[in-house]
Design a protein around this ligand. Structure first.
Ligand code: OFO
Length: 168
């Protein structure tokens, strides 16, 4: 049985993952309308992954005798000034998510809930990868600068990254 404090923290995390999925979906849709098809494919996939993160939590809460809450979500932004801003806000968002995950881990330790603590380790590792990926993408973008040809190749590369992750 989940302690109330743990159940609340996990429900809060369900909301955060759902919001991540929604924000990346909005980014994907924007990129698609800008003709950035590789970026759009990458972000659609990322949005699906965040939904999967949310689902994993929903199942865990219910299986452990708690009640998962499906949250109302805020309207995500509709547009960005460019691809740079998209990935800057993605990294900023992921950094906040990492802090939230660490907070859940802290609560698990203070409540001595080692089962949930163990479950949350998957999210801890996932965040390391996601933040590193966002930083790599931003490094590439700063190398490209305003070079249109570079941007074309970058977009094509992201499409490749998307299919690579799907195969994994
Ligand atoms: Fe990238 O946020 Fe989920 O965990």
């Amino acid at each position: 049985m989940l302690a109330k404090k743990i159940e609340d923290a996990l429900n809060q995390q369900i909301k955060i993952e759902a919001e991540s999925s929604q924000v990346y979906l909005a980014m994907a849709s924007w990129a698609e309308t800008e003709g950035l098809n590789g970026t759009a494919a990458f972000l659609y996939m990322h949005s699906d992954e965040e939904r999967m993160h949310m689902m994993k939590l929903v199942k865990f809460v219910n299986e452990r005798g708690g009640k998962a809450e499906i949250p109302m979500l805020a309207q995500p932004p509709k547009s960005w000034s460019g691809i740079q801003e998209v990935f800057e806000s993605l990294l900023e968002h992921e950094t906040k998510v990492t802090a939230e995950i660490n907070n859940v881990v802290d609560i698990c330790l203070s409540e001595k809930d080692y089962t949930t603590h163990n479950f949350m380790q998957w999210y801890v590792s996932e965040q390391i990868e996601e933040e590193a990926l966002a930083r790599t993408i931003l490094d590439k973008l700063s190398l490209i600068g305003n070079d249109k040809g570079g941007l074309y190749l970058f977009d094509r590369d992201l499409e490749g990254m998307h299919s690579l992750e799907e195969e994994a």
